[in-house]
Design a protein around this ligand. Sequence first.
Ligand SMILES: Nc1nc2c(ncn2[C@@H]2O[C@H](COP(=O)(O)OP(=O)(O)OP(=O)(O)O)[C@@H](O)[C@H]2O)c(=O)[nH]1
Length: 364
Amino acid sequence: MISHSYDELLKSKHRLAMLLFFFLNSATALFSMVYPPEKATSTPAPLVIIFVLCCAGLVFSFFSKKNYSAHLNVCSIIIGLFWAWLIALRFQEIGEVDKNYLLVSLLSIFFISAIALSDNFLAFCLHAVPATLCVVFLDDFQHVGRILFTVSLPLIGLWLHHLMLRRSDEFTRRMLANLYSEREKFSDLSMLDPLTGLYNRRGLQNKLETLFSQASGHYVMLLDIDHFKAYNDNYGHSMGDQALVRVSAAIRDAVRSRDVVVRYGGEEFLVLMSNVQQEHAVRMAERIQNKVLGLNIPHLFNAEVSTHVTVSAGLAALEDGNFIHALGQADVSLYNAKNSGRNKIFYAWEATEKPQTLSEEKLA
Ligand SMILES: Nc1nc2c(ncn2[C@@H]2O[C@H](COP(=O)(O)OP(=O)(O)OP(=O)(O)O)[C@@H](O)[C@H]2O)c(=O)[nH]1
């Protein structure tokens, strides 16, 4: 996004250069019309054409929403040719009287180019070269070396300036790209739980924003590891962490890639199943329960439930985009599953609570 705005910034810079180019050319042409050189008797056509063209370009570029700076090179050569034509006409008229006319004209053109086109080396050359060649011809090649030397100095300076600008432009772009990739990396990391690699609540929030633009048929499932405090107390916190990691992986493994799995609390998980029918949601919930039990993580303190780690769960439909309501229903179902003996799934839509219980014998 920033690199996009940086491009916008460059575009507006080029647009300003174009406006400045038209302004300086029209102002110089106007000045030349109002204060013509001594002995000049007429207003030559190219002078009027430059003035009209540049005023039109100025107004058009100012009010147009489009950016025409890509056409700066074409404008430069056209205006440059008209200046050369003007110098030729005026020289015929006053050349013999005012010997400095050629030099002054050339400097004026270079002045406009240097100010307005310092960022665009090609446009600079296209604007200044016709007048330079014209002056060399009109001077009968008498001072070619001197003129070329005078012209080449600003050209070399401008070329170096152009090179430096390009380098700093590339550097800025690279830096912006790095900044953005770092920012995206940190933003992604901030949505993940460091222990399990699952989404955290922030990640869930982010996913919910995109989920509601999709079709309906979403389900929310809350899961909680049974008697995990007892597990921690007896096997140690580090074993508890390992169990959490394995259970997380089992849950992730049991659902589809499009489903969102969140570590919702310490030993509590949330699964957001999207675009799924009720029977498939139920089957996925059962699969999760099976996978966790299938891990065979010993838990001898899972009082009267099992000798291994188990989970209890509550499943609710997410209707009308009301996530909070669905979460509340899933929570109540989970609470009921816990109260009715654990290692069970309770479904929010079932009036009569018909829990799905899983025994280790059933698994085998
Ligand atoms: N090892 C480990 N334990 C955690 C982590 N987060 C929470 N816990 C533990 O999870 C346990 C949750 O215990 P309780 O809320 O009492 O629930 P429970 O013992 O699982 O009992 P029921 O949910 O009723 O079956 C606490 O002992 C927390 O310390 C964690 O990141 N690592």
